[in-house]
Design a protein around this ligand. Structure first.
Ligand SMILES: O=C(O)c1ccccc1NCC(=O)[C@H](O)[C@H](O)COP(=O)(O)O
Length: 203
């Protein structure tokens, strides 16, 4: 049976983290980009991570950092994966000592095929790097292998069920489950995860 992993991104507090984990989130995202309204310091992220139960993936989001900085922050903050939001080449990705998830900020259909042999997150292109609720054209995924793609960008509890039939490895949401920037809405978080997982079971 197909499964779908759900990542709740932009976690800034232990309470928000636990709402997501208890609702069945597979991964939590922490934004290490100072210009973001969801920015979290390594120390605060670590204090949340240290209190999480086992088997929860912790994903650090990075913009314009050296590989050394990414590895250092991931180590200090207890991240299991680094999500790289800016344009990098294979050499950069290979130089990291942390498990890596490249982000494709797709502007046109052919972009979703970049890094096609690897697991990757595909988000809609926007100048400010993400977390703005901008949707991709879902038709860009028709007829391609989505089994290594984590879909992001403008997902909500209302629309997540309709995308799972493309066979994505996972889905990722931030603003679509917020009360305000940096604060999650527990009901929306629970509803998003439930609808994503139930929609897969119904396939
Ligand atoms: O959330 C931010 O502020 C942010 C800052 C810098 C880089 C990336 C950022 N967010 C990216 C994401 O949270 C995800 O890609 C997300 O799922 C897409 O966001 P949304 O459309 O709000 O669901």
């Amino acid at each position: 049976m197909h499964n779908i992993r759900v990542k709740i991104c932009g976690i800034t507090s232990y309470d928000d983290a636990m709402v997501a984990v208890e609702a069945g989130a597979d991964a939590l995202g922490f934004v290490f980009y100072e210009k973001s309204p969801r920015f979290i310091t390594s120390d605060i992220a670590r204090s949340i991570v240290d209190r999480l139960p086992p088997f929860v993936e912790r994903v650090g989001l990075f913009v314009n950092c050296s590989a050394k900085e990414v590895d250092e922050v991931c180590k200090v903050a207890g991240m299991s994966t680094a999500q790289i939001h800016f344009d990098v080449d294979e050499h950069y990705l290979k130089s990291l000592n942390t498990k890596v998830l490249p982000v494709i900020r797709a502007k046109e259909p052919k972009d979703v095929l970049k890094f096609s042999s690897s697991y990757r997150l595909v988000d809609a292109y926007c100048e400010s790097y993400g977390g703005v609720g901008k949707r991709l054209n879902i038709e860009w995924f028709s007829g391609i292998d989505c089994s290594k793609i984590i879909l992001a960008g403008g997902l909500t509890p209302e629309n997540v069920a309709e995308v799972v039939r493309y066979g994505f490895y996972g889905v990722d949401v931030s603003s679509g489950v917020e009360l305000e920037k940096g604060k999650k809405d527990p009901e929306k978080v629970r509803s998003f995860i439930k609808r994503a997982k139930e929609a897969v079971c119904a396939l």
